[in-house]
Ligand binder design. Structure first.
Ligand code: DQA
Length: 149
């Protein structure tokens, strides 16, 4: 049976392709979904890609992941920089013994001052930044490596 992995995308990532294409590229969320599902299948992972602009929804997804033992790949988007609620929820995923990989399409450290701090990184298994959609592939590989040993 393949391992289920949820790829969670935070606020404004539903606007991929339209939003600052110079920063985030021209591919949209549907393309990200298609790519992640395909990369997952190659790795023996059953990938579900989600997006929400709602902090509480994202927190609840973390609770469910911890309860149902589902590894997470997360692009927390702007929540990265200030959501202690999401950081606490991500901590619970780690406490459940599950990998939680943080991904950013851009390299936030090379951008605005407020993007230099991530409240998620301290509770993430690892963080991948600045590689565009390819970062999600690396994150899925990391999950497969961790869960399959
Ligand atoms: C982002 C970087 C964040 O600073 C920003 O708020 C996003 C996207 C990225 O993927 O590069 O929405 O997480």
């Amino acid at each position: 049976m393949s391992t289920k992995v949820i790829v969670v995308n935070g606020p404004n990532l539903g606007r991929l392709g339209i939003r600052q294409p110079d920063v985030y590229g021209r591919q949209d969320l549907e393309e990200l979904r298609r790519l992640c599902t395909g990369w997952g299948a190659e790795l023996g992972l059953e990938v579900e890609v989600r997006q929400t602009d709602d902090e509480s929804e994202m927190v609840h997804w973390m609770h469910r992941a911890a309860d149902e033992k589902t590894p997470i790949v997360m692009n927390p988007a702007a929540f990265t920089h200030y959501s202690y609620a999401l950081a606490d929820a991500a901590h619970m995923v780690g406490d459940a013994g599950l990998p939680l990989m943080e991904v950013h399409i851009s390299n936030p450290s090379a951008r605005d001052e407020f993007r230099k701090r991530s409240v998620i990184s301290p509770v993430a298994t690892g963080t991948i930044t600045g590689l565009g959609f390819f970062g999600y592939k690396l994150a899925l590989e990391a999950v497969a490596h961790i869960v399959n040993g």
